[in-house]
Structures are given as structure tokens and as C-alpha cells.
Design a protein around this ligand. Sequence first.
Ligand SMILES: *Cc1c(COP(=O)(O)O)cnc(C)c1O
Length: 394
Amino acid sequence: MTDDAHLMQTYARLPVAFTHGDGAWLWDAHGKRYLDALGGIAVCALGHAHPAVTRAICEQAGTLMHTSNLYQITLQQELADRLCAVAEMDRAFFCNSGAEALEAAIKLARLYGHQRNIRSPSIIVAEGSFHGRTLATLSATGNRKVQAGFEPLVQGFRRVPYDDLEAVRAVAANAGDIVAVLVEPILGEGGIKVPQDNYLKGLRELCDQRGWLLMLDEVQTGMCRTGRWFAHQHTGIKPDTMSLAKALGNGVPIGACLAYGKAAELFQPGNHATTFGGNLLACRAALAVVEIMQTENLALRAATLGQRMLNALEQALTPLPWVKAVRGKGLMLGVELDRPCSELVAAALERGLLINVTAQSVVRLLPPLILSDEEADKITSTVIDLVTDFGARQ
Ligand SMILES: *Cc1c(COP(=O)(O)O)cnc(C)c1O
């Protein structure tokens, strides 16, 4: 009998372990099948056991996995080329997680500040944001629960409400130490909050006026999730840095910090490094992911399917008094209830559906982008049943 006696108790895990997967489906040891509407929290955008990704990883594992960044890594160069092409950015730094992809951006912002003789550079961050669990990224995160117990926090962050340009302007008016703004284009962990259309554009204008870097956390929203390669592309603006991870390797750990223009020239040899970052195995996996997303136009697929799901959820759920909002973009969807609803996760599991509840009262769906119409409809109809029953029972 195996249990978790020797695991640090960092997670409140559900009582299920999966043995294998195929596309949008997972199986447990008892042979029960689950439709995965969470995709490993926006990681498995191509679903489970995608044959082309599997082939790429196996081939690379049998050839060469790691050499270190002491040497040229052709696959890393190729991946940077491909990502910079779809993102219209200039350079990439590869790491192993979302938090590290943000650490790189934070370090870039500080270097940028010091080059401009700002001795104690600050970055504007938003309430309700989530940027990771390392000390700098938890300090940047706009959620007290993530920070509690880990003080002293890393300094140099100024917090403002999300989706509030006036608040950023107010900080700008009386702070000479600001060097950058760091936000998610849509709040993920914070409850699938889609800002007003002019938000990123307004931030871009402010950053241009003040000489600040606009740094986007696209760890969750990136890689076709919202119906474009990257969520900011809905708005027509371009960031100075963009952090990626989650879906980039479809489950093989890899993160990236992309940078444009002056931000792309800040790091010099000796400034930043990671042992595993951008190794051949991870880059090969990510190259396969980018290739599939491009040839199958999964951004468009996410947009179409997301609209179909959003329409179905809106139509059935917005009339219910306990449903506050149905929102999202592409295949990043949220249903906000008027009360905490984390028990819906277990109820869904029981019915063979994997979902998540974030910010206590928001049902979050981040299904694989390779979902069929039938699978998408099965997810929406089950969520509609669950949410309807939930309110009716209370
Ligand atoms: C998941 C996430 C992170 C952290 O990524 P890790 O790989 O867990 O370090 C950062 N930002 C956003 C928006 C995320 O969704």
C-alpha cells in the first residue's frame, strides 16, 4: 500500500490517481474514465499522450537530453526563432517553470532600472494576480494567502487594483522609482477576470510615456489558450517582456521569458542562468508543441470552441440567481457563483469530469485545445447540471 507519508503536505489532493491518458481523457487504476476539462491546469493543451509529442520526446531521449548552456544548443536556437516569430519578439531566455519565467522578467526590470540610475527600482503589480511561489514571484502575487508566513517579502513591488488605469496613473504621478508594470492579460488563478478592452492598451501608452517596461505574465493565457497565440494579441499592443510556461512543453517542464527591443539586450553573460533551462529534451518537446499548434491552427480552434462553450454556459447559467457571471476568452472559461463552491470539484470527479474551482467561487475550465465538439458539449452540459443542482440544493 503506497501513501503520502513521505511527501511534504503541500497539496490538498483529490483521492484519485491516473494511470494513463489519451487526448482529453484520463483513466484511473479502477478503469474509470474522466473527461479532462482542466488539462493539468492549462498545461496539456494538446491533450494527453499526443503521438507527435511522444515521438519527439522519445527520439530526443534516445539521442541527447542535456549538455548544459556552456555549449551551443541548436534546438534552443530553433525554439527561440519559432517563438519569436509567432510572438513578434526579439529574444528568449529558457527556464523550467512559470515562476522562473517571471523571475527572469523581474531581474530584467531591475537591471533596466539600475541602468537608468534608479537605485531602488519598483514594479507595479496587480491585486488578484498570481505569478508563482518563489520569493520574488509570491511577493509580486496579489493574494495574501500566498504570502502569509513567508515574510519578509521581496521589496520593490507596488500594488494597484487590476483593470484600473486610473490607479496606475495615480502611482505614476508620485513615484520616480517605477521601472515596469507586470500584469496577466486575464487573471487566471484570480478567477478568470477579463479586463476591459482598453486596459492593456492604456498600460502600453503609460509605459511608453514614462519609459517603463510593460511585462506580461502569459504563463496561463499564452500558447493559443485564449484564441490567439498570446492573449495580448487580441489588443494589438506589444509588451517588452512576456513570460511563458504551462502549455509550452505539454507537460515537459519548460518556461521562457521573451523580450523585445531594449529589454532583449539587457542580459549579458553572467547576469542570469539555469542548469536545466532550455535543454535539448525540453526544447524538442516545445518545438513539437509549436509545430502542432501552428499546422492545426489551434488558436482558431480555441476561439471557435471557446465561443461555443461560453454561449452554452451563458444561456443556461446566467438566469440562475446564484450565478454571478459567466466569462472568459477562448478555452479559458469561468463561472462565478455567489458563494464558495469548492465541493463542485468532488461532485464533478464523481461524474467523471475534471474541473477546478479558483478564487473560492469561480468554476474554472482550461480544457485541451484538441477537444472535439462532442467533448466540449459534454463538459458544458455536465457543468450546467452541477451548477444548477448546487444552487437548487442549498
Ligand atoms: C501557473 C502560473 C504561474 C506559475 O507557474 P509555475 O510553473 O507553477 O511556477 C505564474 N503565473 C501564472 C499566470 C500562472 O498561471
